[in-house]
Design a protein around this ligand. Structure first.
Ligand code: ASP
Length: 437
């Protein structure tokens, strides 16, 4: 058994968090590849090291002294070292780095040092070998991951050393320079490592006990999702849930490696497992996996008596394409159809777009309704449970929620309802209560 474990910034924010990480790793000998983010916030008023390093770069660029910022970062590393009783003279390496900085230092090189120093401290604390991401994560000239170089490099490092710590978030470009990923990129580093070594599981340790069934800012204390498929996760993410970014799960998804999201502060919680195939499902399981939604859509309804819907629809879609207004959903009636489009995409072109529809399709009426929110109930089990949509609409009806539009994904993975923006939160709460109570 081999596990790749990634710890996010809040899991390595200070010495106490380092202790929790060590307990977690040492409690399971299969946790042999460790990917580490830069130290994050210790409390809500604190700053992430990555943010401080970006700030430092801005100071250098504009010719302002960055000494205070650098000294705060240096102190942070030294105090973790002291608290944990480690021996590495981190100040020496940090000072060498700080004195090398100039206006021309690349931002990627600079911000990558958050992960670099945090990981070196963690490697010493665990007694694992530090393997620099610059030596095992490679990009190609197009800026994409060079898996042909990355995979064997990570595999070799593991084979040679047995237990390794790799800093997340950065790698090396073909020109030899450090290159960082998008923010939160350590998730990707972890997934790359898991795919490279064919891990049995990729554990992503954070500060919540898995993916929650609904946004905790809307639903009080939502339950975590025990198991979710990659396809469901994609639907939830698309509908606005703040879950792992698709890029970050691709390497493990491709290899069928399960991804387990866990909580460093509650290691006994099982968290959420993300799998390709959910396998056998218990009958009593909830039909809905999660609920998510987005506000601010516009519904464009086109009416034309006796129209041949598909022909007129095609013409209208050509027009929306022309204005780069992506259509999220389509409902088709006998003499009408309605398109749901993000209002932001129509902001600068709505009137031209309607004028074109009027000119080219000669409809009886084009109706515009904005201020619509879309809420999706996502669940792989819905397709095999007759009555789920009935329950869903009944729950909304009982609460007097007016449904403006309805769409069901073709693969029956989600049911999406459009409601007024002002009913957005209530709709999510009603659905949550209706399916979890
Ligand atoms: N430290 C980087 C960030 O704050 C990357 C990461 O944490 O995954 O975005």
């Amino acid at each position: 058994m081999l596990k790749v474990v990634k710890f996010g910034g809040s899991s390595v924010a200070g010495a106490d968090q380092f202790r929790k990480v060590r307990d977690i790793i040492l409690s399971d000998p299969s946790r042999r590849v460790v990917v580490i983010s830069a130290a994050g916030k210790r409390d809500p008023r604190d700053h992430k090291l990555t943010d401080l390093l970006y700030l430092c770069h801005a100071h250098l660029t504009y010719g302002f002294p960055a000494d205070d910022i650098l000294s705060a970062i240096r102190t942070r590393f030294a105090s973790i070292r002291d608290d944990l009783g480690l021996s590495w003279r981190v100040e020496d390496d940090f000072d060498a780095f700080a004195s090398s900085l100039s206006r021309d230092t690349s931002v990627d090189e600079l911000v990558s040092r958050g992960e670099y120093f945090t990981s070196r401290l963690m490697a010493e604390y665990l007694g694992y070998t530090f393997v620099d991401a610059a030596d095992c994560v490679f990009f190609n000239y197009e800026g994409q991951f060079d898996r042909e170089r990355t995979d064997p490099a990570i595999r070799d490092a593991l084979e040679k050393n047995g237990r390794i710590v790799i800093p997340g978030f950065y790698g090396r470009s073909p020109t030899g320079k450090i290159k960082v990923m998008s923010r939160g990129g350590s998730d990707i580093s972890g997934a790359l490592a898991a795919a490279a070594v064919d891990a049995d599981v990729y554990e992503n340790w954070t500060d919540v006990s898995g993916i929650l069934m609904a946004d905790p800012k809307i639903v009080a204390d939502p339950k975590p999702i025990a198991k979710i498929t990659f396809a469901e996760l994609r639907e939830l993410a698309y509908m606005g849930a703040s879950v792992l970014h698709e890029d970050s799960i691709l390497p493990v998804k491709e290899k069928g490696i399960p991804l387990n999201i866990r909580n460093t502060n509650c290691p006994e919680d099982p968290g959420t497992v993300i799998v390709e195939n959910a396998g056998e499902e218990a009958e009593q399981d909830r039909p809905i996996t999660g609920i998510a939604g987005r506000r601010n859509f516009t519904v464009l309804t086109v009416r034309k008596r006796g129209m041949t819907s598909s022909f007129d629809l095609r013409e209208v879609l050509e027009i929306t394409d022309r204005y780069h207004a992506a259509v999220e959903h389509i409902t088709l009636g006998l003499d009408s159809f309605a398109l749901v489009i993000a209002s932001s995409a129509l902001e600068s072109c709505l009137y031209d777009l309607i004028a074109d529809i009027q000119k080219e399709c000669a409809p009886d009426e084009v109706n515009v309704q904005d201020g619509i929110a879309l809420v999706a109930a996502v669940g792989r089990k819905m397709s095999s449970r007759p009555g789920t949509s009935g329950r869903l609409f009944q729950a909304l009806g009982q609460e007097g929620l007016n449904i403006r539009t309805i769409a069901q994904g073709a693969d029956e993975l989600s049911i999406i309802v459009g409601v007024d923006n002002s009913d957005f939160e209530k709709t999510i709460r009603v659905l949550y209560d209706g399916f979890t109570g």
